[in-house]
Design a protein around this ligand. Structure first.
Ligand code: MN
Ligand code: MN
Length: 462
């Protein structure tokens, strides 16, 4: 039961469409490397497509009706977008849900110190990373510093070609005999991930100045951002690979970029929704934070934000009741838009070939994920899988099915099981990725195109 390669149906006209979409996508992931940046840019795109802030509508007392487009912004890190359908919401919605946080290295709350003549920031990694992949490469710092006076300072260092980059050092090979004998998980340990930010003492330092290199960094932070050392206590600074995503391969068939898990599904889901006009079923795109650490917190999928937003939409339509809210959620159909592990011939032993996702063979349906006997997974209903297959076939979407690697080799999860708590139909579906969670992940342009097409088909026809 081999699935066909999506490139095979690609003529010159389609190739131009694939490349145009992927050029926009490359720009999106180059500009948006944090959940906050994704929300900000998604709101910009949504407003350009006619979406209004749901809170503004509520405050103005503007009732919502079929065809209206609104978004709800949760702390600048989670976004729910709705286009109101012509059918009552209690019949259910069509939902595309993706996550916009990605594995990275966060700066600690008390991070800055001097060691010999270096100034460094102490870090705590976020999500599942292979720590050895994050040393000896150019890194950038993205995030916010919230000050006691209520102002929030935006920080992006390392992206503009005129910016400096930052980095985490690795031991030279000449002295690495002991390190090379360690297992990969021990070769670079979490507390060794220290970001070097300076090496020059402040000029005219007093003789009793014990940390002149740190002093210079602090004086620069004060000058450029008007922040003090104590302001690190209320900062969220994320260390990510520096530089733009770009075409990959001599044939330019792929994309190399940071954070494609899961922004490749987030971006294509968002675009699919933004193209929807007055659908029958209320359609929704949900972009959530904190998936990589278990969907926890007020901005993760486990929070009540989505449910509350649906309640607000119902209320703004004059239709709210607790029962209608429950029905709207229970009767919904969802694609949990998240990435799959792309088959890698170099590590063939980790995959079972018949049930692997292949780059270039279209969007992937994962009936289940999980580990050790599907534990922790959402196992989509066969009837629902049939419905989604039918939609994809009707719309000539190139798709494949897969599991996450060989049985008992490992595992993973998504937001699917959390949405399923409402009793709605949900299945994981997304783009396959090579080197997932590495600083530079690789996807196929053909799959990005098929994903967008699949999400649109789902919204139209589920
Ligand atoms: Mn993911
Ligand atoms: Mn992930």
């Amino acid at each position: 039961m081999e699935r066909k390669n999506a490139w095979k149906s690609c003529d010159e006209a389609k190739l131009a469409q694939v490349n145009a979409l992927c050029a926009d996508y490359i720009k999106f992931i180059s500009d948006c490397k944090t959940e906050r940046e994704c929300v900000e840019e998604s709101i910009r795109l949504a407003e350009a497509a006619g979406y209004k802030n749901l809170n503004d509508c509520i405050e103005a007392g503007t009732p919502l009706k079929a065809g209206d487009k609104v978004y709800a912004n949760n702390m600048g890190k989670t976004l729910a977008l709705f286009v109101v359908g012509t059918e009552p919401m209690e019949k259910g919605m069509h939902i595309l849900g993706a996550h916009i946080d990605s594995p990275r290295i966060d700066v600690k709350q008390n991070p800055l110190y001097q060691d010999e003549d270096f100034a460094l920031l102490d870090t705590h990694y976020y999500g599942g990373i292979k720590k050895y992949q994050w040393v000896a490469l150019p890194l950038a710092l993205h995030g916010v510093v919230a000050k006691k006076d209520g102002t929030v300072v935006n920080v992006v260092i390392g992206e503009d070609p005129s910016d400096p980059v930052l980095g985490i050092s690795d031991l030279l090979i000449h002295l690495s005999g002991d390190q090379m004998a360690k297992t990969l998980s021990k070769a670079i340990e979490g507390e060794k991930l220290n970001l070097t930010v300076g090496s020059r003492p402040v000029m005219n330092a007093a003789d009793d100045c014990k940390e002149p290199v740190k002093e210079l960094i602090l004086s620069m932070l004060k000058e450029k951002y008007d922040i003090e050392e104590e302001d690190f206590l209320s900062a969220e600074l994320e260390i990510v690979p520096a530089g733009k995503a770009r075409d990959c391969g001599l044939d330019r068939s792929m994309i190399a970029g940071y954070g494609q898990d899961d922004r490749v599904c987030a971006y294509t889901s968002l675009l699919a929704l933004l193209e929807m006009e007055a659908p029958k079923r209320t359609s929704c795109c949900l972009l959530v934070d904190k998936e990589e650490i278990g969907s926890v917190g007020a901005t993760g999928m486990q929070s009540h934000f989505f449910e509350n937003s649906v309640a607000e939409v119902l209320d703004a339509m004059g239709q709210y009741s607790d029962l209608r809210l429950r029905k709207a959620l229970k009767n919904s159909s969802m694609l949990s838009s998240d990435v799959s592990a792309g088959y890698d011939p170099a590590f063939a032993e980790a995959f079972e070939k018949k049930n692997s996702a292949y780059l270039g063979r279209g969007i992937v349906l994962n009936k289940f994920t999980g580990a050790r006997g599907k534990s922790g997974s959402n196992d989509a209903n066969a009837e629902y899988v049939a419905r989604v297959r039918r939609i994809f076939d009707d719309h000539k979407v190139c798709f494949q099915t897969a599991e996450l690697g060989k049985v008992d080799v490992g595992g993973g999860g998504t937001i699917a099981f959390i949405a399923a708590l409402y009793g709605m139909e949900v299945i994981d579906s997304g783009v396959s990725v090579l080197s997932m969670h590495a600083p530079w992940e690789v996807t196929s342009k053909a799959d990005v195109y098929e994903a967008k097409k699949a999400y649109k088909a789902f919204l139209l026809d589920a």
